[in-house]
Design a protein around this ligand. Structure first.
Ligand SMILES: *[C@@H]1O[C@H](CO)[C@@H](O)[C@H](O)[C@H]1NC(C)=O
Ligand SMILES: *[C@@H]1O[C@H](CO)[C@@H](O)[C@H](O)[C@H]1NC(C)=O
Ligand SMILES: *[C@@H]1O[C@H](CO)[C@@H](O)[C@H](O)[C@H]1NC(C)=O
Ligand SMILES: *[C@@H]1O[C@H](CO)[C@@H](O)[C@H](O)[C@H]1NC(C)=O
Ligand SMILES: *[C@@H]1O[C@H](CO)[C@@H](O)[C@H](O)[C@H]1NC(C)=O
Length: 527
């Protein structure tokens, strides 16, 4: 997928041609459209042009072409550049692994001009990849090894989904190139995550001395103490890395400690994986939770305990907290509104190359690959913002346009804590904890003007609620490390850092209109 010298030549030639914009194009025999040359322009140039050429955001969305699952069913379609295309899937076992891999064959021919190209995204629920084709011939795309039985079965039955992209997206996909390995559950995947966070956020990942697991005394942990978790490997690791990058949080998951009336310690968590692999809200005995993190969590979790300040703890109404936790038990993790806590503004939350169009494209791909989840994940929340019901993503885009608004403005409308979705109230890990804090009285007397669904994990650990006197931290806290952060890291090879920790008192309407751009993620006062 590297640039050939030929395409570089084209780039120079056509950039000059395009910028001088002579009427030469009309005398050419070959049909030629300005959009053809977009892929060879730098992204910073091509993307705004593509956006301005398209009459509506729907024009630049990926187009679903079909699924390919076997050599016996050949899929045929018409591209933007190549008129005649076909694809079929061949299963093989070149890797000698349990489920083998596959080769996707793609034959493209009959281009409408000699400068055009077609750009494709290929997706299963387990991976997304992309390629582009300049030459009319047979091409192949290798899947060396399926991601276990689940992906193998999926591809056998439903196939790999193919999407045709606007060629102007090429630069965007190239810029996102280092995102793809983040999801691999290997040492390489872990290093990709660490590398990405170092490069894009300036995280340091300094190694700390052993022991990497703290010998905790459970007696020192109290109701309301916050657990900040950072996963750096596998699917959760990749997901968290992207979440950290777009929000500026240095942790990707969280849970909260609760004591019952007998004094037994529990952990309440939104995003706990149950036996069926669903992420739900659960309350587990501390020992069970801790044991899972130490022995079964394959995402290499790094964990810090953030004890509440004694004055704040005194306000924490345990009864109300338990009532809230019980009312949420078994509900699904808050996918519905997850992205809305990040997007507050029309242009101050998207690190390049992301923007509202890329978000819409990702949603489109997801809509086809996991239709059941997609309706769940965003469509309902988008409908709520429009005051409509049951519109799917393309209909939402059309309706938004019809009202003279835009998709980026729609995404920026604040979520309301009292919105109820088809499966109940939607809370991500941190929203669940903050809602509990709200119920337990920690935001009194301004609780009614705080929408916790607008808080990211960074917003949560930045709240001035935590212990600020290091002499009161438990004895085992950071025991053995010469560096003493103001919280207690209890697991992990690398030192956790939480910039802005414990620094901001709650105020009405906080976090509803905040930009968040890397690398500094600076925010105006009072946003
Ligand atoms: C492709 O797969 C998706 C997901 O299973 C399904 O919804 C869709 O109908 C399939 N399309 C075709 C053309 O088989
Ligand atoms: C692939 O080859 C390996 C080693 O020969 C074998 O154990 C495995 O069952 C094969 N897998 C498939 C899907 O044929
Ligand atoms: C952990 O600490 C307890 C006392 O707090 C001690 O009895 C125990 O031996 C320690 N365990 C390890 C493995 O160091
Ligand atoms: C704590 O919450 C419970 C349940 O909401 C309530 O009945 C009780 O009055 C609260 N206690 C205090 C001290 O506010
Ligand atoms: C710690 O927090 C308390 C309560 O918010 C505050 O009164 C106190 O001044 C703080 N102490 C320091 C050293 O910042």
């Amino acid at each position: 997928m590297s640039h050939s010298p030929l395409s570089l030549l084209f780039a120079t030639h056509f950039t000059i041609w395009f910028l001088s914009s002579t009427p030469l194009v009309f005398s050419l025999k070959q049909p030629f459209r300005p959009i053809d040359i977009l892929p060879i322009l730098p992204r910073q140039v091509s993307w705004p042009i593509l956006n301005s050429l398209s009459r509506s955001p729907i024009d630049i969305l990926p187009t679903f072409v079909g699924n390919v699952s076997s050599p016996d069913n050949t899929l045929e379609w018409k591209g933007t550049c190549f008129q005649d295309n076909s694809a079929w899937m061949e299963f093989h076992n070149k890797s000698g692994s349990q489920f083998g891999g596959g080769t996707l064959h793609l034959k493209v021919s009959n281009a409408h001009s000699w400068t055009c190209m077609d750009l494709y995204v290929f997706a299963t629920p387990y991976r997304v990849t992309w390629d582009y084709y300049f030459l009319g011939r047979e091409h192949t795309l290798e899947f060396d090894e399926w991601d276990g039985k689940a992906e193998y079965e999926y591809v056998k039955h439903r196939g790999v989904s193919i999407f045709l992209m606007q060629a102007g997206m090429l630069g965007t996909l190239q810029a996102l190139w280092d995102v793809f390995p983040l999801f691999t559950n290997t040492g390489w995947g872990e290093n990709s995550n660490i590398g990405f966070l170092k490069n894009h956020m300036g995280a340091s990942f300094s190694e700390r001395p052993e022991p990497w697991v703290t010998n905790i005394s459970v007696a020192d942990i109290h109701s309301g103490d916050f657990l900040a978790i950072s996963k750096i490997r596998g699917r959760w690791g990749g997901f968290e890395t992207l979440e950290k990058w777009v929000t500026g949080a240095y942790a990707g998951h969280s849970a909260v400690c609760l004591r019952d009336s007998e004094g037994k310690l529990w952990v309440a968590e939104s995003g706990h994986e149950d036996e069926e692999g669903q992420d739900i809200i659960a309350v587990l005995p501390w020992d069970e939770w801790w044991n899972f993190e130490l022995t079964k969590d394959d995402s290499n979790p790094h964990i810090a305990l953030l004890p509440l300040h004694p004055n704040i703890r005194a306000k924490f109404n345990e009864t109300a907290a338990w009532e809230y936790a019980r009312s949420m038990l078994g509900k699904p993790y808050g996918y519905h509104n997850l992205i809305f806590s990040w997007i507050d503004t029309t242009d101050g939350n998207y690190p390049p190359p992301l923007d509202a169009n890329v978000v819409a494209s990702v949603m489109t791909v997801w809509n086809h690959v996991q239709p059941a989840y997609a309706a769940n994940m965003w469509n309902e929340a988008l409908n709520k913002r429009l005051g409509t019901q049951g519109l799917d993503l393309p209909e939402i885009l059309v309706e938004t346009e019809r009202r003279g608004s835009s998709f980026d403005a729609l995404l920026a409308i604040p979520e309301q804590d009292n919105w109820v979705y088809i499966d109940g109230k939607s809370t991500s890990c941190v929203v669940f904890i903050l809602e509990m804090y709200k119920e337990a009285g920690l935001f009194a007397p301004i609780a009614s003007s705080i929408q916790v669904t607008e808080f990211t994990l960074k917003d949560a650990y930045s709240l001035k609620l935590f212990e600020n006197d290091s002499s009161r931290l438990p004895k085992w806290c950071n025991n053995g490390d010469s560096v003493k952060p103001p919280f207690c890291q209890i697991k992990g090879k690398y030192r956790m850092e939480l910039p802005g920790y414990n620094s901001m008192g709650p105020y009405p309407r906080m976090n509803e209109k905040c930009p968040s751009l890397p690398p500094k993620y600076s925010r105006p006062k009072g946003c």
